[in-house]
Ligand binder design. Structure first.
Ligand SMILES: C[S@@+](CC[C@H](N)C(=O)[O-])C[C@H]1O[C@@H](n2cnc3c(N)ncnc32)[C@H](O)[C@@H]1O
Length: 310
């Protein structure tokens, strides 16, 4: 589907009353959108990458308490932490997007592709936990509650990561996967300050930010930096709704936000999209003046992993 058609549909659905809007959007995503062929691998892998990056930075994530900002529809990132030995995971979302049927489908997938899933983890997998998960999946009528209980996952929704209600210093790792690009800059600062408050002194914050135009994920006719051609007003017309809001912050601005929240950076990894870089260098893509002062590499940076502490 062309991204502008998708944008129109999202804008229309967002005008419906809240409960109806959530349900209609879910059904549309399920029948026509990205939830048609959803699978757990990307997010299980995001959990593995988070874990490995913590290990590389000298942290010991096993038996520690995790906090995830922005749960979304499924629980694969928290599940992944648990499968590697996390003590407990709290996952919070402003919107109650979680769907029991998707969680069950993910477990079904894991059960039917056990070797593929185990190979994501290698030696990081806690085999006894994996066996317990498969035993749960084999029970004829297990519920979401059973799953949350087994994996020691606490799901809070609606809940605001900027005001989590958790005790000071009560978690070890504050994490998110492709969430911060959907949050306005001023709220991001308050989420990070709250993260510093609830993370204990020996813990860390680790976040993966996706700077790409998310419409390009489902429309191959546009490139990952397509949205940089639009003014703020034009962009708001396309994506200023609750389903597609993207702040379009570039990596340098996100780093400034981390630092102004009071964080000290431990490590940063960024990825430049070479095709986008070439388009910019050859002058084949229009860049709106709002972004023109940035370097070509910065404009073509499509994701980052940032580890920091308070
Ligand atoms: C693009 S989704 C990503 C979800 C999930 N991490 C994934 O990869 O599927 C971003 C999520 O962040 C949530 N979110 C936005 N602002 C939030 C806040 N202040 N506190 C908690 N969650 C928030 C949204 O409701 C949404 O579910």
């Amino acid at each position: 589907m062309h991204w502008k058609t998708k944008a129109k549909i999202q804008n229309l659905i967002s005008l419906l009353p809240s409960d109806l809007s959530y349900e209609v959007y879910y059904q549309v995503q399920r029948r026509l959108g990205r939830l048609k062929n959803f699978g757990p691998v990307i997010r299980l892998n995001a959990g593995v990458t988070t874990w490995k990056k913590l290990l590389e930075s000298g942290f010991q994530p096993a038996d520690k308490v995790f906090f995830e900002v922005g749960t979304g529809r499924v629980l694969n990132v928290p599940l992944s932490y648990w499968l590697m030995g996390a003590k407990a995971v709290t996952t919070i979302d402003l919107n109650p997007y979680l769907k029991e049927e998707l969680v069950k489908e993910d477990l079904q997938y894991i059960s039917e592709h056990q070797q593929e899933i185990k190979s994501l983890y290698g030696s990081l997998l806690q085999q006894d936990r994996f066996d317990e998960l498969m035993a749960l999946q084999n029970r004829p009528s297990f519920t979401l509650k059973d799953f949350l209980q087994l994996c020691n996952i606490r799901y809070i929704a609606p809940g605001d990561a900027a005001n989590s209600g958790l005790e000071t210093g009560s978690i070890d790792f504050h994490t998110s996967f492709t969430v911060f690009e959907h949050i306005p800059a001023d709220i991001l600062i308050t989420i990070l300050k709250e993260g510093i408050r609830i993370t204990n002194k020996t813990g860390a914050l680790i976040h993966c930010v996706d700077y790409s135009d998310h419409f390009s994920h489902t429309d191959s006719s546009i490139n990952p930096i397509n949205f940089l051609q639009y003014s703020e007003q034009e962009w708001h017309g396309y994506a200023g709704n609750r389903y597609m809001y993207m702040n379009r912050l570039r990596h340098d601005e996100v780093m400034e936000i981390f630092e102004s929240a009071g964080l000290k950076i431990i490590s940063v990894e960024t990825r430049v999209d070479e095709k986008s870089l070439k388009l910019i260098q050859e002058g084949k893509i229009f860049i709106h003046e709002q972004f023109r002062s940035k370097s070509d590499e910065l404009l073509a940076t499509v994701d980052s992993w940032i580890i920091a502490h308070g």
